[in-house]
Design a protein around this ligand. Structure first.
Ligand SMILES: [Mn+2]
Length: 312
C-alpha cells in the first residue's frame, strides 16, 4: 500500500470547527472535480456527512477557472471568478487564484484533496473513518500510480462527465455504499459497468497499441481523432517515457495537451504546462494550446529530450 507521512500533528485541525459550521448550514452548494476519483471521493465525503440541503456540481479546471459562478465549497479545482467561501485543494498551481477565496485550504504536500477533506471531517465526524481505505485508494490513484483498471475507471468517469454529468452522483452513491479498496473494485461499480464495457469493446485494440509502445525519452501521442475521455488510458504509456504528452481536441478549436513526467525528466510536466498558460501538479499537468503553436512546443521539448511523435 502507498506510504504516507503521519498527518496527526497537522494544523488542519484549526479548520474543523469552521467546516463543521459550514456543514450545518441550511443550504450548501459545492463544486468538485468531475473528472477523476479524487473529485468524486471528495464530493462523496460531503454527501456522507451532509445528505440534505446539498447542491452538488461537477466541473473541470479549464472550465471553472473562467466562470462567474460562486460556491460555498470548491473541491480539487481552481476557484471560479465568482469566488468561493472555502476551497479545499492540493494543486500548487492554484495558489495564484487564492484571492478569490475567503478561506483557502490548499495543501500541495497532500496526495489527494479527498485526504485533506477527510482529515478535517474526521475531527468532528469520526464515522467517516469507514472510508479510510477509499481514501488510501484515492491517494494512490491521484499520485499517478495508474494501472489498467484505474485508467479504465478514470476514462469512464470522463465519459460521464462529458455526456451525462448527473450520473456522477450515482457513482458517488456507489462509492459510499460499498467503498472500493482496489482499482479492480472501481471498474465494478454498478453505475459504471456499461461505460467500462463500452470502452473495452470499442477501444480494446487502441489500448493494446498503447501498452505495446516501446518506450524511450519523450513521446507525444496525437489522439486528436479519438474522444478526449480516452486520455487516462493513453497515459498508460507514461511508465515507459520520461515525458509523455497526449494531444486531444479541446474547446474552441484549441488542443488539449495533457502531460506526465517521471522524476528523471530534465523538464517537468508542470514547467511545460505553466509556460503554456496551464497548470496542475509537478508531474501531471495540462494546458490548452492553439494548433499553430505545436511546432514551437515540439521544438522546446526537443531542447531537453529526444521526442517521438506518434499518431494513433
Ligand atoms: Mn486531486
Amino acid at each position: 500500500m502507498p506510504h504516507f507521512k503521519d498527518f496527526k500533528g497537522d494544523p488542519l485541525r484549526q479548520y474543523v470547527g469552521m467546516l463543521e459550521d459550514l456543514m450545518k448550514e441550511e443550504r450548501l452548494s459545492i463544486c468538485s472535480h468531475g473528472e477523476d476519483l479524487d473529485g468524486l471521493t471528495s464530493a462523496s465525503l460531503v454527501i456522507a456527512v451532509r445528505p440534505e440541503g446539498l447542491e452538488v456540481h461537477f466541473s473541470a479546471p479549464y472550465e471553472i477557472k473562467n466562470l462567474w459562478d460562486s460556491y460555498d465549497l470548491v473541491l480539487d479545482l481552481p476557484p471560479p471568478r465568482g469566488g468561493a467561501r472555502v476551497l479545499i485543494d492540493h494543486h500548487a498551481s492554484n495558489i495564484s487564484l487564492l484571492d478569490r477565496v475567503r478561506t483557502p485550504i490548499l495543501r500541495p504536500e497532500y496526495p489527494s484533496t479527498a485526504r485533506v477533506l477527510y482529515e478535517i471531517l474526521r475531527g468532528w465526524e469520526p464515522g467517516v473513518g469507514r472510508y479510510s481505505e477509499l481514501i488510501d485508494l484515492t491517494d494512490a490513484t491521484d499520485s499517478g500510480k495508474m494501472d489498467l483498471e484505474s485508467s479504465l475507471f478514470t476514462s469512464a468517469i470522463r465519459k460521464l462527465f462529458k455526456e451525462r454529468k448527473r450520473k456522477l452522483l450515482e457513482v458517488c452513491g456507489d462509492l459510499l455504499r460499498s467503498p472500493p479498496i482496489s482499482s479492480k473494485d472501481l471498474i465494478e461499480l454498478p453505475s459504471l459497468r456499461s461505460e467500462v464495457s463500452f470502452l473495452t469493446r470499442e477501444y480494446g485494440d487502441l489500448i493494446e497499441r498503447v501498452l505495446s509502445l516501446s518506450g524511450g525519452e519523450a513521446l507525444l501521442l496525437n489522439v486528436r481523432n479519438y474522444p478526449s475521455y480516452l486520455v487516462p488510458l493513453m497515459q498508460l504509456a507514461s511508465q515507459g517515457y520520461k515525458l509523455l504528452g497526449t494531444l486531444t481536441r479541446g474547446s474552441d478549436g484549441l488542443l488539449r495537451l495533457s502531460l506526465r513526467s517521471r522524476p528523471d525528466s530534465p523538464i517537468t510536466a508542470l514547467q511545460i504546462a505553466e509556460a503554456l498558460g496551464g497548470g496542475g501538479h509537478e508531474h501531471a499537468a495540462g494546458a490548452l494550446v492553439s494548433p499553430s503553436t505545436m511546432p514551437e512546443i515540439v521544438e522546446k521539448i526537443r531542447r531537453f529530450l529526444s521526442l517521438s511523435v506518434v499518431d494513433l
